[in-house]
Design a protein around this ligand. Structure first.
Ligand code: UFG
Length: 325
């Protein structure tokens, strides 16, 4: 049975995909250096601890398994960190991908599902953001995703490597049973931080700016449940397996929620008070990021099933209250 290599399969988004692959009767093989990921999060298939920079180890994995496709999640993913240490991002995100693509070529693996980001668009000039929106990333993190998408087009043209690049909007939520979920160190994302305040692990939530040109002055984002991201990866794999051409697709719901709306939703779901305080804007935050979600629905027949704000907050809360890692 063919194996799907999942780089970063012990990370937040990757681990949900690994579990879903197993549930669908597919064979995931997680390759993760555990720098950010968690061994306990890998609930299906084989696990190999390894670094993408170690080409010998990677080659060995390809040589000893019949790998049909790669889902590439392993990536550094903090906008702020990428501004402070761009080299880390170019080195790891671009360098590691080059190594991976080299291995894929040597072993004739020609299907790749790639985790891209809405950060490729930079500050949007129109909302909702469709895939034709100009690409103008404003930080090294977004630039690495942008460069990779460009590289992939050339690998497709020259080597016949087919890819689906999925541009995530804001990943959030946790598994329905609360077994796996988001665990970053340090945590910078809005929803886990709100829930940590609800659990009184933090005193109050900083709201980074309430003077944006939005109805309540706080930033608007398109929140997409991590289980929906996982099912989109499976649909993308199926698309490639059926011999279809490479694609670049937004992954979001098309609905936007402001920071205040998310805080109010969390107060409702948790029944707790969420004290907050307004701080100055965080550098690099666009006022609004909401996607046009039609292309992925049309092409892959995929639709989000778990991305209502209620389900997102309920699952994230369940995870926060019983955290295993
Ligand atoms: N926010 C707060 N307080 C917090 C944390 C966040 O007010 O304590 C605000 C942010 O300013 C932003 C919104 O909540 O307006 C969402 O912030 P997140 O950090 O949760 O997510 P981002 O939109 O900044 O980042 C996401 C992904 C990145 C991706 C980026 C693209 O996490 O990987 O979108 O812009 F690059």
């Amino acid at each position: 049975m063919a194996t799907i290599l999942v780089t970063g399969g012990a990370g937040y988004v990757g681990s949900h995909a690994v579990r879903e692959l197993g549930r669908q009767g597919l064979h995931p093989l997680t390759f993760d250096n555990l720098s950010e990921g968690h061994r306990e999060a890998v609930l299906s298939g084989k696990f190999v601890q390894g670094d993408l920079a170690d080409e010998t180890a990677l080659d060995q994995v390809f040589a000893s398994h019949s790998i049909d496709a790669v889902m590439h999640y392993a990536s550094r993913c903090y906008v702020g960190e990428s501004m402070e240490d761009p080299q880390l991002y170019y080195e790891q995100n671009l360098g590691n991908l080059l190594a991976l693509l080299g291995c894929m070529r040597r072993h004739q693996v020609r299907k790749l599902v790639f985790s891209s980001s809405c950060a490729v668009y930079g500050d949007p000039t129109r909302i909702p953001i469709d895939e034709e929106h100009p690409l103008d990333p404003v930080n090294p993190y977004g630039e690495t995703k942008y460069f990779i998408e460009r590289m992939l087009r050339h690998y497709d043209r020259a080597y016949g490597m087919r890819f689906v690049s999925l541009r995530y909007f804001n990943a959030c939520g946790a598994s329905l049973d609360g077994r796996i979920g988001e665990s970053h160190q340090p945590e910078t994302h809005l929803i886990p931080r709100i829930l940590q305040v609800a659990r009184q692990e933090e005193g109050q939530l900083p709201i980074y700016g309430d003077d944006y040109p939005t109805p309540d002055g706080t930033c608007i984002r398109d929140y997409i449940h991590v289980l929906d991201l996982a099912s989109a990866h499976l649909a993308a794999y199926k698309w490639l397996s059926e011999g279809n051409p490479s694609q670049v697709l937004n992954l979001g719901t098309g609905d936007g929620y402001s920071v205040r709306q998310v805080i109010d939703g969390a107060a409702r779901i948790t029944g707790r008070k969420i004290p907050s305080q307004v701080f100055p804007r965080r550098a690099g935050d666009p006022p609004q990021l909401v996607c046009a979600a039609g292309k992925v629905r049309r092409l892959l027949g995929w639709a989000p099933r778990h991305s209502s704000l209620e389900i997102i907050l309920e699952t994230a809360w369940k995870w926060e209250c019983g955290r295993r890692y």
